[in-house]
Design a protein around this ligand. Structure first.
Ligand code: NAG
Ligand code: NAG
Ligand code: NAG
Ligand code: NAG
Ligand code: NAG
Length: 408
């Protein structure tokens, strides 16, 4: 099982690399034939990793975004490291499609004091852009170490990359490392495609989610690898039609819907989520849905399928009692309604013998129409049984079912 699925993933990697190389060459040809490339070096970027290249980047972006002919492309050349402070690439642009060809390395300042006059919510922001392609085999380095070393109190929610109010974005073949917190946040955006990304931060780095998605519709995350100190992908509130597939996750906290419903009064609406063909390696969770007791609204039409687990703590988990604040979360008559969740083809090993399947649903609004189909979870340790545990979880199981289903 493990060997054949690894073989399968290796093949997908090879295919997607070949495809990327071909499209990369095509893009180069397009650029060579059109005189609308804006190289940051032509705007004063030095690329020695020390000089501040922020202004040059903004100038090159401004020209790219104002260009009206061909395929305007901002070029960040290979073989150089550009030090760039917190900046925003703002739209709307004049052309229907603009490119950022990221071939070199772009690095954030190492010292948090560089944010003194900047918004500590992000490093690089793309805002209000329609039709954006970020391509190129380059690297973004968030220089997170000094942020991780600070105590929690002084660690704001600094994200490496934020897409806000964007529409039609493609980002592929980018290596993104060491974000102070969440690596990529997609907010208030539609039609965003991520493909062949590698996101990497140490397992011990706090709150370094791979991709967080909120208030967005139609987002795809495909053929990507996540290694970090928090969720590989986390799906937040007001999200619809989100598709995550063919990804590797671990170390990290798994693929997560939530936490949802923290903000009192705001209705949760999460619908049409698919998380398929994921390899989880030594993560704390596999497929997870977590909601606050105090939330309202609903999560429906969720499919987790073709999941392969290696030494995962909680492979399949719903936690409707999530609470991580000092003042205890009050038990109220509310709850986020979870329905139509399918777990299909989930195999592999777990390190917690009790409750490899753990569906803890709200007593006020039980989970309904939960399906378990072809699930086989075994202990990573010899001679250890695994079990499932359900509370207020209704639905049915079919096909292979190990451990036995606890659905009512
Ligand atoms: C941006 O580009 C426009 C048009 O090319 C120019 O008029 C404007 O001064 C530029 N702004 C900056 C901040 O570079
Ligand atoms: C992004 O990729 C999709 C699928 O390949 C394509 O249909 C779409 O036009 C691309 N978007 C942009 C902005 O180029
Ligand atoms: C969810 O998917 C179904 C079936 O594809 C579609 O009819 C429905 O409009 C989607 N819901 C949302 C909120 O997009
Ligand atoms: C899981 O991760 C470990 C250590 O990070 C690595 O040695 C191992 O090859 C990985 N296993 C799989 C199945 O990817
Ligand atoms: C139960 O959920 C499945 C998806 O998992 C959906 O196809 C089906 O329509 C749902 N049934 C009801 C009665 O809502």
């Amino acid at each position: 099982m493990l060997n054949s699925s690894m073989d399968f993933f290796a093949r997908i990697c090879i295919l997607s690399c070949l495809f990327s190389m071909i499209s990369f060459q095509l893009i180069n040809k397009i650029h060579a034939s059109q005189n609308n490339a804006f190289n940051v070096q032509d705007y004063g970027a030095v690329g020695n990793g020390k000089s501040d290249d922020s202004t040059a980047f903004l100038k090159a972006w401004n020209e790219t975004c104002s260009a009206t002919t061909g395929t305007p492309t901002m070029i960040i050349p290979k073989g150089k490291t550009f030090l760039v402070h917190a900046i925003d690439f703002l739209g709307p642009c004049k052309s229907t499609t603009v490119y950022v060809q990221l071939s070199g390395t772009v690095k954030a300042p190492e010292d948090p004091s560089a944010w003194k006059d900047h918004d500590v919510a992000k490093w690089l922001g793309f805002e209000g852009i329609k039709g954006l392609n970020i391509v190129g085999f380059g690297q973004l380095d968030g220089s997170g170490q000094k942020w991780w070393d600070q105590s929690c109190r002084y660690r704001p929610g600094l994200k490496a990359l934020v897409f806000r109010e964007c529409k039609s974005v493609n980002m592929s073949n980018i290596f993104l490392v060491s974000s102070p917190k969440t690596h990529i946040h997609v907010m208030s955006s539609q039609y965003v495609y991520f493909k062949s990304l590698v996101i990497r931060s140490p397992e011990t780095s706090p709150n370094t989610d791979g991709i967080h998605i909120s208030d967005s519709d139609n987002v795809w995350v495909q053929a990507s690898t996540f290694e970090s100190g928090d969720d590989c992908v986390s799906i937040g509130e007001s999200t619809t039609n989100i598709h995550v597939g063919y990804c590797n996750c671990g170390p990290g906290h798994g693929m997560s819907i939530g936490s949802l419903g923290r903000t009192n009064g705001k209705e949760v609406h999460v619908e049409n989520i698919t998380i398929k063909h994921i390899q989880f390696n030594q993560t704390t969770n596999g497929g997870r849905i977590k909601t606050w007791q105090t939330g309202t609204g609903q999560v429906r039409n969720v499919e987790f399928s073709n999941l392969q687990f290696t030494k995962v703590k909680n492979p399949l988990i719903i936690d409707q009692y999530y609470c991580d604040v000092a003042n205890p979360c009050k038990a109220t008559k509310t709850g986020v309604k979870i329905s139509n969740v399918r777990y299909m083809k989930a195999f592999g090993t777990t390190t917690t013998p009790v409750a490899a399947i753990n569906l803890e649903c709200s007593e006020n609004v039980p989970c309904t129409n939960i399906t378990l189909e072809d699930v086989k979870l075994e202990s990573a340790f010899p001679n250890t049984e695994v079990t499932s545990s359900c509370n207020n979880a209704f639905g049915y199981a079919k096909g292979i079912m190990e451990p036995k289903s606890c659905l009512k």
